[in-house]
Design a protein around this ligand. Sequence first.
Ligand code: PAF
Length: 282
Amino acid sequence: MILFKEIAPLQKWLYQAKNEQKKTGFVPTMGFLHEGHISLIEQSRHETDITACSIFVNPTQFNDPGDFEKYPVALEKDIYLLEKHHTDILFLPSVHEIYPSGSHSSIHYNLGYLENILEGFYRPGHFQGVCQVVDRLLAIMKPHTMWLGQKDYQQYMVIKKMAEDYHPDVTIKTGNTLREANGLAMSSRNMRLTRDAREKAGAIYRALLFIKKNIHVVEIPELKMRASDMIMHSGFAKIDYIEICNSSTLHPVTHVDNDTTLIALAAAFIEGVRLIDNMQLV
Ligand code: PAF
């Protein structure tokens, strides 16, 4: 694996690869890698000639500065994992390399209603920050394909919208959410939980599964209430949302019809850690 900290030599290398007709797959991350990230690396390796990963903890997407401070870092382990899985390139830029004129963005990405619902409602400014960094990373890497995790479904939709406007040539794909034995979606945040909370946190998955099993049997408002109860009774302190939405638009739905594919999404706090998850329903 070749590690680049600076843009100029990275782009020289990528330019040469492109000249040799090689396709680059790109997996952007904030580090503290887990099996979910590695499965994206594996998919990229399977489908493209060169696989590049970036590790950059982007300060502009943290609406809660405390969350940024607490963001876990494990660079040596990340490098070990990436090498073990035959990643070709790791881009490890400094904040200055990504934001040479400061991190204030002059662009306001037009994300429509996606910006202010669900995650956007509870994390104001978050998706502008995500788009700012992904826009910059795509401009640097110019990949053929970029892979994102399905766990952050709304992020995937938001980035797809931004990329349609600014990087129409990039194909964006998602990889399935990987789960721990109790169903908890893998996330770098899980390491902030005690063993007990990590066990209890499987309740989000069980609640989503409950929704999926009963979507044709129980009315949607009742389903959401019962799923919330399952989560709260398992030891969560607070639920930001449990919503059932049209999976193409993320508009909340109030009834099931045969023409609409649905997704259930949830965000809840346990031990002060905010966890999100989702499940395709029908
Ligand atoms: O999902 C993440 O890890 C981040 O939001 C991303 C896409 C790498 C942008 O910083």
